[in-house]
Design a binder for this molecule. Sequence first.
Ligand SMILES: [Ca+2]
Length: 385
Amino acid sequence: MFDAASAQQGQTQEFAAKSGPVTAEMLAPLEHPWKIAVLPGDRLLITEKPGRLRLFENGKLSEPIEGVPKVDFEGQGGLLGLVIDPGFSINNTIYLSYAEPAEQQPENATDPGDPRVGDDGPNSDVVLKGLAVARAELDGTKLKNVEVIWRQEPKQIGRGHFGGQMAFSGDGKLFITSGERQRFLSHDPTTNAGKIVRINSDGVLPADNMEQGPKNTRRDVWSTGHRNPLGIAFDPATGKLWIHEMGPLGGDELNLIERGADYGWPAVSNGDHYDRQKIPRHETRPEFTPPVITWTPVISPAGLVFYKGNRFADWTGKALIGGLTAKGLVVVDVKGDTASEFERLDMKMRVRDVMEASNGDLFVLKDGEDGGLLRLRPHEKDARR
Ligand SMILES: [Ca+2]
């Protein structure tokens, strides 16, 4: 097992997929890794939640890249998402998301707590903060021209539900998953928390978001009623946008995203609150768009990629989801507007992210303080020769 004591470079382990064994190789140990971006030539950028951004190239992990904004590392917050610009090979531009502390912290603040969100407890985290997205140019091992282009507003205290995943549409718009900060804000039109956000890559707001929402809906909002979305990707076969989000006690969701639609949280869920208080199910409120897949028991989805390669032949075109509770990969067969689970690759470890290498192998992040970067490939006889 890739545990803390043995998370050594080059160590391998086998897992069983439907189509045969999969070999996982530990490429590098990492502390709380969160997101991979694959650069041209299979160079990787990887975020570590405590606030480090590293390059992995030629089999080696770099020292932390300079110029990363100050992050608040606590609970689910820290340095989180990462995506490269569609024109990265020309402009070297990347986008980082992170929990940003407010410049002015409140005096004598207390966390009001809420039994519905579980046992974080009162006074658990009184730092005022919110998700922020910064754009920067990668210049060797430094970031330059770092500029914050979007923020969750207003900032909240509390340590959870930041969201922070990002994806570019084919027409160059940046989509951001914005979590509801454990404050049940997803139906509040005055905040962009609990929403899917769509902006231009320079932070300017497009004129054509959310036509159908309430009149005072913020102009950065594309869809509402989301809880804690930690995966976003466009299906290359259809151009459709998919996200997944963590449910509360039960009810993780895979959602097909349409402009202006309301996905129901916190009015409906296929799970219940952590204090066992019941939540009405999606089918009781047809005005909300229901999930295409809902998981109970939960998988705790993290990271989402549509697999384009053919090294894992029966996964081609399918969506791959990292599973924290599922402890492996959840493979989903997406066909147009429908989706169903195809299989699970049991890896016996919390998987935080999954991305694809240029040859169709997979890069996977093992979650946690004793986490790491793994490469998955189909087991082949003499593959190492
Ligand atoms: Ca929902």
